[in-house]
Design a protein around this ligand. Structure first.
Ligand SMILES: *[C@@H]1O[C@H](CO)[C@@H](O)[C@H](O)[C@H]1NC(C)=O
Ligand SMILES: *[C@@H]1O[C@H](CO)[C@@H](O)[C@H](O)[C@H]1NC(C)=O
Ligand SMILES: *[C@@H]1O[C@H](CO)[C@@H](O)[C@H](O)[C@H]1NC(C)=O
Ligand SMILES: *[C@@H]1O[C@H](CO)[C@@H](O)[C@H](O)[C@H]1NC(C)=O
Ligand SMILES: *[C@@H]1O[C@H](CO)[C@@H](O)[C@H](O)[C@H]1NC(C)=O
Ligand SMILES: *[C@@H]1O[C@H](CO)[C@@H](O)[C@H](O)[C@H]1NC(C)=O
Ligand SMILES: *[C@@H]1O[C@H](CO)[C@@H](O)[C@H](O)[C@H]1NC(C)=O
Ligand SMILES: *[C@@H]1O[C@H](CO)[C@@H](O)[C@H](O)[C@H]1NC(C)=O
Length: 558
């Protein structure tokens, strides 16, 4: 069916008579304003980016992305299908904060569809699994996206990561928790009540338990929600074909006492009925006992996507993208979703408040300290950079590959000269974070260059690195002195502010819906952003960069 932008806009206008309800977390459940339970009944909505397979990309993560929420014609084309599905939510895996999302977001809102927005981008736009840091560049990227999306009334949640932690690498967990803490504080400061989420790759129960418990615990032991996520997503492909209704029993037992909202951020195995899934898990997921434990899920995926040798997707576009056809897989999902009857219990009044327990202890399943990295301080990092004597000045704007190479090189040279890279290093397992570790990776490299220059008695030949470095002769302070002067409170946790050049979202919301903040009860958190004054200024300087749609690693029953 062909559907044009004008009719989508019209649809938005017509249905905006009844504005989309706010969705609120009370304890471990979601509720709309009328007090009814809210279950996520949706679909992943993101074109797959370019996947370059290889040993260094075991999860087949894409290196580019398409921002579908900036494609007004595409949204208008697909909206009738989303409505046919009875979807009330979609998930976008990467968005470009420099683009305009008004048309899609208002069309979706008008159709009663919420959006779960991942704040991450491919490659360097996400906390890295094995070399994690929580630094100004990522914080800025997240805040720019929040500023662009918080004006919409149908943003359900912002995810701080997708499949960052894996069974073999959980040392990035403190960085994710710090991201959740700072994003939560920022949302509160701009009076947005969107939820804070994470989407987890599936794995053995010890891994799932460790990750879910860690992300919703309180390391301070004060029963505070300040470092917790609101909503835990599990990318789950356990149910295959006409699986027995007992399939999720183990998972249900694991999550039966979880303290915040849990849902399936991806589901729909392709292993048993490739291309024409029967979607019988829907009936089980949306019925008791699962409705006591889970708040629905997102089928994977509307657009075609390939992962782990499986082909996902239900919609095929015409060569000019103007029309879309759906397949039997989609028709089956329409039937399964159409069959869902909402289990409207427990009532909001009887839902218990969340408590935020002590964090699980470190062990083989969780190599994560309860000491979190501090809030990245951009002005402190800028101050540092302005005082360094040897700066990283790459010849290419796509500097990430050489950045890694040069960091390894300079750290090796420092070690040979009785120096080290401790100040720029961060270790989530030990909870030791170097004073400079929260700065942009380019500043960290400049700092290490400057340390080497200093250690070699400021020999001009020490600031070269194959012409990747430039001497700033006027800066005579030692790097350590620059750290003392600029990073005056290197362990501080504070509410971040919008980076220079970001849309001004702060301070204009009405804020009546948000009741959590950093209080100790944390019983309720509103989701569905408050209306903020739209800000017009487009962002400059952030290259439309590579993007992401990470497909869940398949975890199927044999
Ligand atoms: C985890 O490590 C084991 C062996 O140490 C390896 O066989 C497995 O493939 C790894 N899993 C992932 C997801 O990297
Ligand atoms: C169709 O849309 C995809 C992204 O969804 C884009 O990559 C492609 O260039 C588009 N093709 C045309 C002909 O516009
Ligand atoms: C819909 O529900 C009916 C009655 O519970 C059941 O027999 C049927 O299999 C369901 N269909 C789908 C597609 O889930
Ligand atoms: C951030 O760093 C600046 C520059 O050193 C400093 O003035 C400011 O107090 C720091 N902010 C916090 C909250 O620590
Ligand atoms: C990622 O790297 C590109 C250069 O390739 C840079 O422009 C961009 O700012 C970086 N993003 C982050 C979040 O560091
Ligand atoms: C963190 O420190 C521990 C203990 O020194 C070490 O074994 C581990 O390799 C370090 N991790 C990283 C990512 O550097
Ligand atoms: C910069 O460093 C990279 C990596 O070591 C090297 O390949 C390149 O030649 C260096 N010089 C320039 C100008 O890029
Ligand atoms: C949602 O809550 C905000 C305040 O948090 C309020 O301004 C807005 O009107 C509410 N929306 C609806 C549809 O009730």
């Amino acid at each position: 069916m062909k559907f044009n932008v004008a009719s989508a806009a019209l649809l938005g206008v017509i249905t905006s008579v009844g504005a989309i309800s706010n969705v609120t977390r009370t304890g471990r459940y979601l509720y709309t304003d009328d007090g009814n339970r809210f279950y996520i009944k949706g679909i992943a909505y993101q074109t797959q980016g370019l996947v370059i397979s290889g040993p260094d990309n075991p999860l087949n993560q894409p290196s580019t992305f398409v921002d579908n929420l900036a494609d007004a014609a595409g949204c208008a084309r697909d909206l009738p299908n989303l409505q046919k599905l009875g979807a009330n939510a979609i998930r976008a895996y990467s968005v470009d904060s420099t683009l305009d999302h008004d048309s899609c977001m208002s069309a979706l809102s008008g159709a009663g569809i919420y959006v779960i927005v991942d704040l991450t981008l491919p490659l360097n736009g996400s906390i890295d699994t094995t070399q994690p840091s929580w630094s100004t560049n990522l914080l800025d990227q997240y805040i720019k996206t929040i500023d662009v999306f918080s004006k919409y009334d149908n943003v359900l949640a912002f995810n701080v990561g997708n499949e960052v932690l894996t069974a073999n690498a959980t040392n990035a967990a403190p960085f994710l928790k710090a991201a959740a803490r700072d994003v939560r504080a920022y949302l509160t400061s701009i009076k947005s009540s969107a939820l804070v989420g994470y989407a987890d790759i599936d794995g053995a129960s010890a891994f799932r338990d460790a990750v879910s418990d860690y992300l919703s615990c309180d390391p301070s032991g004060a029963n505070s929600d300040s470092t917790s996520i609101d909503i835990f997503g599990l990318n789950n492909y356990e149910w295959c074909g006409n699986a027995p209704t007992t399939t999720y029993d183990g998972l249900n037992t694991e999550f039966e006492n979880y303290n915040v909202v849990a849902y399936f951020s991806e589901f729909g195995s392709e292993t048993c009925n490739p291309g024409t899934r029967v979607w019988t898990e829907v009936a089980t997921l949306f019925a008791s006992p699962m409705t006591n434990i889970w708040s629905g899920g997102l089928a994977f995926s509307y657009f075609s996507a390939e992962s782990q040798g499986a082909q996902f997707g239900m919609a095929t576009l015409s060569s000019d993208n103007s029309t879309v056809t759906t397949d039997q897989d989609f028709t089956n999902l329409v039937a399964a979703y159409g069959n869902v009857t909402i289990v409207n219990s427990p009532s909001q009044a009887s839902a218990s408040a969340s408590s935020f327990p002590a964090c699980p202890s470190e062990g083989t399943s969780l190599e994560a300290s309860t000491t979190l990295p501090p809030t990245p301080n951009e002005s402190a990092c800028d101050c540092l950079q302005s005082q360094l004597s040897c700066l990283f000045t790459p010849a290419t704007s796509d500097y990430n590959v050489i950045l890694g190479t040069l960091t390894g090189e300079v750290c090796g040279l420092l070690a040979q000269n009785n120096g080290n890279c401790d100040d720029i290093s961060a270790n989530g397992t030990t909870g030791v974070y170097g004073d400079v570790s929260g700065c942009d990776p380019t500043i960290k490299l400049s700092y290490a260059f400057s340390q080497y220059y200093e250690l070699t008695n400021r020999a001009a030949t020490s600031c070269d690195f194959d012409k990747n470095a430039t001497l700033v002769a006027a800066n005579t302070a030692a790097p350590s002195a620059a750290v003392s002067a600029c990073l005056t409170s290197p362990t501080a946790v504070f509410t971040p502010s919008a980076p220079a050049g970001a849309s001004a979202a702060a301070g204009t919301g009405s804020g009546s819906g948000s009741s959590s903040g950093s209080g100790s009860s944390g019983s309720t958190k509103s989701g569905g952003a408050v209306a903020l004054a739209p800000s017009g200024n487009a962002l400059v300087g952030m290259a439309a960069m590579a993007g992401c749609m990470v497909v869940g690693m398949l975890w199927t029953l044999v």
